[in-house]
Design a protein around this ligand. Sequence first.
Ligand code: ADP
Ligand code: MG
Length: 302
Amino acid sequence: MKLLLLSRNPRLYSTRRLVEASEARGHSVRVINPLRCYMNIATSNPEIHYRGERLEDFDAVIPRIGASVTFYGTAVLRQFEMLGTYPLNESQAISRSRDKLRALQLLSREGVGMPATGFAHSPDDTDDLLRLVGGAPVVIKLLEGTQGVGVVLAETRKAAASVIQALRGLKAHFLVQEFVEEAGGADIRCLVIGNKVVAAMRRQGPEGEFRSNLHRGGSAELVRITPRERATAVKAAKVLGLNVSGVDILRANSGPVVMEVNSSPGLQGIERATGRDVAGMIIEFIERNCQPGRTRTRGRRG
Ligand code: ADP
Ligand code: MG
């Protein structure tokens, strides 16, 4: 196969591993910065150009689109979809998962467990919003944050009200969520490929930190997940329409609850913690599923 990897940095662990795995399995692969792609969308014959060259004839495209470039990155990916190139994850599924509120709405519609979550625009309803999610302590999150930045634990009603007031002042969109204290600063990252959890790790935040993100100094270890956790992770990935994803689950008293679904999950933490060749399994998935024009969202409004 002729593969294209959309990534801004060829030196990143995940990018390097995907290149390695592609080549090891006999495929050619090019890494291209999506921000350097430009497009002709005015004709019936869509084109994508990169540094003066026309990009065409790729069998599949692997998007590794960072949260800060979601808008342009998904536009480039959509253009490849219009050419009929098979996307490992579709542009529309990536957009869905990047907006935490939209993702949670979709998951709740399909009955996937999640922490009680509220969202409001008007400053007049803060007290009632806090009551809706069970009162303080609550977790307040920016809708498009990542790596734990923009996630705040407000331990009292007063603290929550002032954080909310500050965010409103900045005109930021956020959600308010029940704090799952019993998770003890840990979460479970399930790496889902197709309809299987191929690797899972337990991440634990450092002492005194409720966020378990590895970028916030958390540590990771191999974990055995329960059949219910497995089913929850697979269902969450399926609801969002992601072929490859990192589903983050908290172990709540009521059972597994999904916090978020990542469409470009990092491979370093999970490969190190589990010893599994996740990159190889991703390329194998493409081998099995890649067919020209196999994009569900082709031409549809997203
Ligand atoms: P990000 O996209 O920034 O990673 P998350 O929603 O995944 O945002 O939150 C970051 C971390 O904060 C999670 O990995 C988890 O450890 C902790 N966390 C988030 N929401 C809750 C919650 N409702 N209850 C308990 N811990 C939470
Ligand atoms: Mg997270």
